[in-house]
Ligand binder design. Structure first.
Ligand SMILES: *Cc1c(COP(=O)(O)O)cnc(C)c1O
Length: 466
């Protein structure tokens, strides 16, 4: 399989190169040259398979030329063997038509583990092949940092430096990062906001000299391999609800448009997806774009669903490219316009390309609270605030009543105990396997939020390129 950039002028790469590169050199994002397809018979044959076996069948065409089936299976067994539920992503029924797909049984209790645990395995395999070394640098407001650290802790070809804004991530989130004891993990609390941390990381990547000396890499959801790993659970869930004979709809709490784009990929591959419901909180740029063609950046408002407090969704570019007819030069022009003015209109082709599959909804704090209560009252299920945004959107969507709707549950409720308790009166407790989180010793550096301080700290500890 070969990969092309959404902006049309970066070189075509293999799966291995795309995994290590992340972003394309022309500023675009990589996508497969064409969509592989699974026939109805192939999909029917997924019935009853384990998560790992489903993953191998769904991902094989994307890794062709870089990994054989046996290697892929080995990496999936390692990645998903660390999940605490035998089904990896179990499906839970709420009523006759609503279901929840629990994606939070990984080591850090958020759906990001599903993709990052596999990415850690892929990095290690590809870096050993070329005897190369990677320095991952990232900024986090919570979930991504802990999932990335857990995925690479202890791997010798990788160092990871994770910046978080001091005092502005939750105690659980901070401890999930700072109690990991491994020689290749460096946590840095910076004096400043998440945006300050993000800006420092961007500046490090833009410093060509620094970036190539340490072979810097990012782990955010622009990496194709992360999206690929997320395609699997759409197949896994839909097959359990009757696909390929019966179409299924999905509602997805959305921030960077990575998770829901994986659902779009599943549909392109032949899965009968009746609707993809893009659920946003009051930071609603995606709802405005999909309902009205208006993609214009607003001010970020802080909510009870911090992982969705986003005003620019990097993966949306992948949809604009694919649904709009795959014209890289035209999209590069459109994106330059957006970067300059922070606003753009979708073209008619882009709107029509998205309209067949996508619906969207903007859910405020009342809608979120009601959905948490409804899940608790009707089915005795305690869901987290992000999942509740998805469920609220699912319940108000116009979908054929015969079609089951699966809401993706993206975080364990115990990651957000205060919001859950406010809505349901129940305070969720952390699962046993992370139970001693508050007894473990924390270890992190505190640095001023200046470029000089951060780069000096990284340069002293990172392994330069061979
Ligand atoms: C990251 C995250 C999201 C948003 O996912 P995207 O792929 O960025 O759209 C939603 N919920 C939780 C809990 C997350 O951590």
């Amino acid at each position: 399989m070969h990969y092309v950039s959404t902006r049309g002028s970066a070189p075509t790469l293999s799966f291995e190169d795309v995994t290590l590169a992340g972003l394309a050199s022309d500023g675009g994002l990589y996508l497969p040259e064409n969509w592989p397809s699974l026939s109805p018979a192939d999909i029917a044959a997924l019935a009853g398979l384990s998560y790992v076996e489903t993953a191998v069948r769904v991902m094989s065409p994307f890794v062709a030329g870089s990994l054989d089936e046996g290697e892929l299976r080995g990496l999936c067994e390692a990645a998903y063997g660390r999940f605490s539920h035998g089904a990896v992503t179990p499906l839970v029924q709420l009523d006759h038509r609503h279901w929840v797909l629990e994606l939070f049984h990984g080591p850090t209790l958020a759906f990001k583990d599903v993709a990052l645990q596999l990415l850690g395995e892929l990095f290690e395999r590809f870096l050993s092949r070329r005897d190369d070394h990677l320095t991952i640098v990232g900024a986090t407001s919570g979930d991504t940092g802990s999932a990335a650290i857990d995925a690479v802790a202890g791997r010798d070809k990788i160092d990871i430096f994770m910046l978080h804004p001091e005092g502005r991530v939750s105690d659980v989130q901070r401890r999930q990062m700072t109690t990991v004891r491994a020689p290749n993990v460096y946590n840095i609390a910076i004096d400043g906001s998440f945006d300050d941390a993000q800006a420092l990381v961007k500046r490090m990547f833009n410093d060509a000299d620094f970036s190539s000396r340490f072979n810097l890499s990012a782990v955010n959801s622009i990496n194709w391999a992360r999206l690929m790993a997320q395609v699997v659970y759409y197949f896994y869930a839909a097959v359990r609800l009757g696909a390929p004979g019966r179409p299924v709809a999905f509602s997805v709490p959305t921030g960077n448009f990575g998770d829901v784009f994986a659902g779009y990929v599943a549909a392109q591959m032949g899965l009968p997806v009746a609707r993809l419901i893009v659920a946003t909180n009051v930071n609603d740029i995606l709802h405005r774009a999909l309902s009205d063609g208006d993609y214009s950046q607003g001010q970020v408002v802080a909510t009870a669903t911090p992982s969705m407090d986003i005003q620019v969704s990097s993966n949306f570019e992948r949809l604009l490219f694919d649904a709009g007819g795959r014209n890289g030069a035209a999209l590069a022009e459109q994106m330059r316009g957006f970067e300059a003015s922070k606003a753009m209109r979708l073209t008619n082709a882009q709107r029509e390309g998205a309209a067949g599959l996508f619906a969207s909804a903007r859910i405020d704090v009342d809608g979120m609270t009601m959905a948490m209560r409804w899940a608790s009252d009707t089915a005795g299920q305690i869901i987290d605030p992000h999942s509740a945004i998805g469920l609220a959107a699912a319940r108000e969507a116009q979908v054929d009543p015969a079609v089951p709707i699966v809401t993706l549950a993206t975080a364990h409720p115990a990651k957000f105990p205060d919001a859950v308790e406010r809505a349901t009166g129940m305070r969720p407790s952390l699962p046993k396997r992370v139970g001693d989180l508050f007894a473990r010793e924390e270890n992190y550096a505190r640095l001023p939020g200046t470029f000089e301080a951060i780069t000096a700290y990284v340069a002293e500890r990172a392994t330069p390129r061979a």
